[in-house]
Design a protein. Structure first.
Length: 117
């Protein structure tokens, strides 16, 4: 995981560890002026986009590691496994019946939401 961070971040990991880094100031403008569009036939729907790091952002891998490392260390119990791949997190639920799958998945998503707050 650090190999990817160092390659993506240009090998400047030491800068973040040794110096105070104003994360709030750095990240406050990431969500300004972004939008996402969906086209179906002649209809186009465009909405402002306020989440995630922009594609191609050199800070993307760092923010990803800050978030995902904690999530990967969380205990979700026997019924659920978590996997991180590229820029996604996958939750695998082992349960019988849709109601149990939903219950375990919602509990896990709640834990992840609390972790990111």
């Amino acid at each position: 995981m650090f190999r990817v961070l160092l390659a993506e971040y240009g090998g400047h990991w030491y800068f973040i560890i040794l110096k105070e880094w104003p994360v709030q100031e750095t990240s406050s403008t990431f969500h300004d002026g972004r939008s996402i569009s969906f086209k179906y036939g002649d209809t186009v729907s465009t909405r402002e986009y306020f989440i995630g790091c922009p594609n191609g952002s050199n800070s993307g891998p760092l923010f990803w590691l800050l978030i995902v490392n904690d999530a990967l260390e969380m205990d979700f119990g026997q019924e659920l496994r978590i996997l991180a791949y590229e820029d996604d997190i996958y939750l695998f639920v082992a349960a019988t019946g849709k109601h149990n799958v939903k219950k375990f998945a919602e509990a896990a998503l709640g834990k992840l939401q609390d972790c990111s707050a």
